[in-house]
Design a protein around this ligand. Structure first.
Ligand code: M6R
Length: 357
């Protein structure tokens, strides 16, 4: 039930700190250490390559998850869009493990891949919010998101839950493999929960940003580098889906290879600056677009923020920034949609779970 909330989407965004805390709790053992079931851990340890299969927002979470498995657990990962995988299957490694990411566990495009790889004799792990869903039942293993029911068509809390659960899986796999990990994930996720809370408490500022940057916009761009690029893709999808403003996410460095031609006087460009090693480069990209008239909204993180940035996020572990940077983008999209009197929870042409291929 949405209770006093005007929309499920708003309620679900507000629940995100609690979802982070729930995940920490659900994946901790009695000694308080992060843990996943032994058979899943073994499957992850034995795999020589992971194939992440997902659609939409879950695909965007998969892109972030790839970073975790590669950087923390040192397992090579490919991320594929479900609907493309069937006819464009890559050459598989000797010991592949398939990871299906699906909030609903009912996405037909993903199920079609699952059926196919099971026929080929491969193992599958589903990361889903719905215990007993089709993908969960038909997979060998399941990791639950513990996000609680997500009703709004636009996925918000499931996205952060997917990223957090993938981080936990990569982290415990690294530990089991004896790979040195130089941070305490549990502690960093607890910080993330507080940081998300701090962003949510600044809703009024984000509503104002939606007003300032998107009130009359016909289109919008989201740019970032490294994981900020993946969050840009998610920010653009959120905005398109509920406000019907045409939006695209780009890798900052890729703009000058074509897309910059679209920048006009007043074009909104949302730039994410959460990665120290590329902060200067993305700021360079912001200069390129503002020189051509763009209206740049810079969302940066403490530690690399500049005084006139539009919105500053609390400092977060560099690998976990997507859990925090996405939140202002979700809220900006929400308010942009509200200002346009769109049906936030049930955008046109869309269903919560897409059960046709
Ligand atoms: O239930 P799933 O995670 O498999 O759904 C995948 C996509 O249909 C879904 O993420 C969609 O992109 C959302 N409406 C995005 O907000």
């Amino acid at each position: 039930e949405k209770g006093t909330y005007p929309h499920y989407m708003l309620k679900e965004m507000d629940e995100q700190p609690a979802v982070m805390r729930k995940i920490i709790q659900a994946y901790a053992n009695e000694a308080g250490e992060l843990e996943i079931e032994a058979d899943i851990l073994e499957a992850l340890q034995q795999a020589d390559r992971l194939y992440i299969i997902a659609a939409g927002t879950s695909y965007h979470a998969g892109l972030v998850g790839k970073q975790y498995f590669e950087k923390i657990a040192q397992i090579p990962v490919e991320v594929h869009i479900s609907s493309e995988f069937g006819y464009n299957m890559p050459l598989l490694s000797e010991k592949p493990l398939f990871i299906f990411i699906s909030q609903s566990g009912e996405t037909a495009d993903s199920r079609q891949v699952l059926v196919k790889i099971k026929e080929m004799g491969h193992k599958a792990l589903t990361v889903t919010n719905v215990a007993g869903s089709t993908l969960s039942r038909e997979s060998d293993y399941t990791l639950l998101l513990h996000a609680g029911p997500e009703i709004a068509v636009a996925s918000t809390k499931a996205y952060v839950a997917q990223i957090a659960v993938l981080a936990v899986a990569a982290y415990v796999t690294a530990q089991a493999k004896g790979i040195a990990v130089d941070f305490d994930l549990k502690q960093e996720l607890a910080i993330v929960a507080n940081n998300i809370q701090a962003v949510i408490e600044r809703k009024a500022d984000l509503e104002q940003i939606a007003e300032d940057f998107l009130k009359i916009a016909r289109n919008a761009f989201f740019i970032g580098r490294n994981v900020d690029f993946y969050v840009s893709l998610e920010g653009a999808l959120k905005l398109k889906e509920i406000s019907y403003i045409q939006a695209e996410g780009f890798a900052g460095g890729e703009l000058k290879h074509g897309t910059i031609a679209l920048i006009e006087e007043g074009t909104p460009v949302f730039a994410l600056v959460s990665q120290k090693d590329v902060a200067l480069n993305i700021r360079g990209n912001v200069k390129e677009v503002t020189a051509r008239g763009a209206n740049a909204c810079i969302i940066s993180m403490e530690g690399m923020a500049e005084d006139d940035d539009t919105f500053i996020l609390p400092a977060t572990h560099p690998l976990l920034t997507p859990l925090v940077t996405v939140v202002p983008l979700q809220l900006i999209s929400y308010y942009a949609a509200l200002h346009r009197r769109c049906d936030v929870d049930k955008p046109r042409n869309l269903a919560k779970s897409v059960t046709v291929e």
